[in-house]
Design a protein. Structure first.
Length: 420
C-alpha cells in the first residue's frame, strides 16, 4: 500500500499536469477522506496533521496530552489524539516527539498549484530572509525569481525589505518607550512561536511588546495594498507561519504558506532547476533586514538602526536573545522574577533562529553562514539609509519614517486585544 507521502506526491504531479480532478473522479488516488480533505483544504485544519489512528501504549498517549506547551492536543471518542486548530501554533515539536510517526506538517501545495494553473490572478512569492543557499549554494536571488516566474508566479518579493520597515518601527518604539533603566521591550517581529508563548503563557508581559506585525504579514499586506487582486504566498523554513497566517486579525495578509521543502518538491516535479535560470536581480533590502533569519539578527538590526536614527540617546540599548523554546521560557521566567537580561529582548522558537527552522533544507550552521554573507553583500547597512524603504513607505501612504508610529495600520496589530 502506498504511503501518504507517495500519494501526496502523485496528487501534486497530477495537479501540475491539470489532471487532478480526473484522477479524483476516477478514484485512482487511494487516500482516506480526512487526508484528502486536509490536502485540498489545508486552511481548515491545524498546521500539524494526524495521519492515522494512534496505536501507542496508554502511557505514551497520556504523555502526549501534557507535552504541548500550547495545550493543542485533546483525545477523541476513539482515544486518538486530535490537534486543535485554534490552539496549535505549528512549533512542530510534537512531530519530532511522536513515537509512532503519525504526525506531519500541513501542506498547501495542491490549492496553490490550482491557482497558478488558473492564471486569473497575479501570484507573488514572498521569500523569507533565510532563503539564501537553500536551493543550492550557487543559486542567486535573481535565478530564484526567474524560477518562480517559470512556475507561473507574477514575481518574487524579498521579505527582508519588510523586515527593514519593521526594524525602523521597533527602533522608534524603543526610543519612545524605553526612558529609564527599568524599561524594556520584547520584540514582536519575526517568530510566531515566541509571540504565541507571550500571548498564551506569559500574557502579563504583553504590555512590553510593541504592536508590530511580522515581516511576513507586513509584506503580504503591502503587496495587497499595491495590487488588490494579488494572491500572496509566503515561503520559508517555518511550519508556525502556517498558523500565523490564519490568525483572525492578520488573516488578510497571506493566502498560502509553503516551506522551502515544499517548494523544492514543486521545482523537482516541474523539472525546474533554479541554477539554470537567467537571473532577474533586484537588490532592495539592507543588511539589517537580511540578518533577521538568524538568532540575534533582530536585536542587531534594531540596535544599529536606532544608533543611526537617534545617535544622542542617553539610555543605552542593551540586548539579549534566546533561541529554542527552553531558552525562551528561561528568559521570560527571569523577567517575571524581575531579572531582565537587557532592555531589548529577542526570542526565536527554533535553535539558531529561522535558519534552524524545521523545514529548512540546509543545516542551521550552513544557513547562518549564508545569511551573514548575504547581509554583508547588501548595499545599505541599515534601513534608515535605504532609499527603497523610503520610496515604498511613500507608495503605501506613509510620508515619513516617523509616521510608522502613528499611521501604519498595515504594520500594526493589537496583541493585547487578541491575546487568548
Amino acid at each position: 500500500m502506498q504511503s501518504f507521502y507517495d500519494l501526496y506526491n502523485q496528487l501534486v504531479q497530477a495537479s501540475m499536469r491539470g489532471e487532478l480532478k480526473e484522477q479524483l473522479e476516477q478514484g485512482s488516488v487511494k487516500l482516506d477522506e480526512h487526508q484528502l480533505d486536509c490536502l485540498l483544504n489545508p486552511r481548515k485544519y491545524a498546521p500539524v496533521w494526524r495521519l492515522a489512528d494512534c496505536d501507542c501504549a496508554e502511557g505514551d498517549q497520556k504523555a502526549c496530552e501534557g507535552r504541548c506547551l500550547f495545550d493543542a492536543f485533546h483525545r477523541d471518542e476513539q482515544g486518538n489524539m486530535m490537534v486543535d486548530p485554534d490552539r496549535c501554533v505549528g512549533c512542530s515539536m510534537c512531530i519530532d516527539q511522536c513515537k509512532a510517526k503519525k504526525l506531519t506538517e500541513s501542506k498547501e501545495v495542491l490549492p496553490l498549484v490550482e491557482v497558478l494553473r488558473d492564471g486569473k490572478k497575479p501570484v507573488y512569492a514572498m521569500i523569507a530572509p533565510a532563503f539564501i543557499g537553500q536551493f543550492s549554494e550557487e543559486v542567486t536571488p535573481g535565478m530564484l525569481r526567474t524560477a518562480f516566474k517559470k512556475l507561473g508566479f507574477t514575481g518574487m518579493v524579498e521579505v527582508a525589505l519588510f523586515a527593514d520597515i519593521l526594524t525602523l518601527k521597533e527602533a522608534l518604539e524603543f526610543d519612545r518607550t524605553v526612558k529609564t533603566e527599568e524599561d524594556y521591550l520584547l520584540t514582536s517581529c519575526c517568530c510566531p512561536v515566541w509571540i504565541a508563548m507571550i500571548r498564551r503563557v506569559y500574557d502579563q508581559l504583553l504590555t512590553h511588546v510593541p504592536g508590530s506585525v511580522s515581516p511576513m504579514v507586513a509584506c503580504g499586506r503591502s503587496v495587497k495594498r499595491l495590487h488588490p487582486e494579488a494572491v500572496t504566498v509566503f515561503i520559508g523554513p517555518c511550519v508556525a507561519k502556517k498558523a500565523e497566517a490564519k490568525e483572525k486579525d492578520i488573516a488578510d495578509a497571506v493566502d498560502y504558506v509553503l516551506t522551502f521543502q515544499e517548494v523544492r518538491d514543486i521545482f523537482d516535479f516541474a523539472n525546474i532547476n533554479p541554477l539554470d535560470m537567467e537571473p532577474d536581480e533586484r537588490d532592495h533590502s539592507s543588511r539589517a533586514g537580511r540578518v533577521y533569519a538568524r538568532a540575534g539578527g533582530v536585536s542587531e538590526a534594531v540596535k544599529t538602526t536606532l544608533k543611526k536614527l537617534r545617535p544622542d540617546r542617553e539610555i543605552p540599548f542593551t540586548t539579549a536573545h534566546a533561541n529554542g523554546v527552553p531558552e525562551c521560557r528561561a528568559m521570560l521566567n527571569r523577567l517575571l522574577e524581575g531579572k531582565a537580561d537587557g532592555n531589548f529582548l529577542e526570542g526565536m522558537g527554533c535553535v539558531g533562529g529561522c535558519v534552524g527552522g524545521p523545514k529548512a533544507i540546509l543545516s542551521r550552521d550552513e544557513g547562518r553562514v549564508n545569511v551573514n554573507y548575504y547581509g554583508s553583500a547588501a548595499t545599505y547597512y541599515t534601513p534608515a539609509e535605504n532609499p527603497y524603504v523610503i520610496e515604498l513607505l511613500r507608495r503605501l501612504g506613509l510620508p515619513t519614517v516617523e509616521s510608522l508610529l502613528e499611521q501604519s495600520d498595515i504594520f500594526t496589530r493589537d496583541l493585547e486585544a487578541k491575546a487568548k
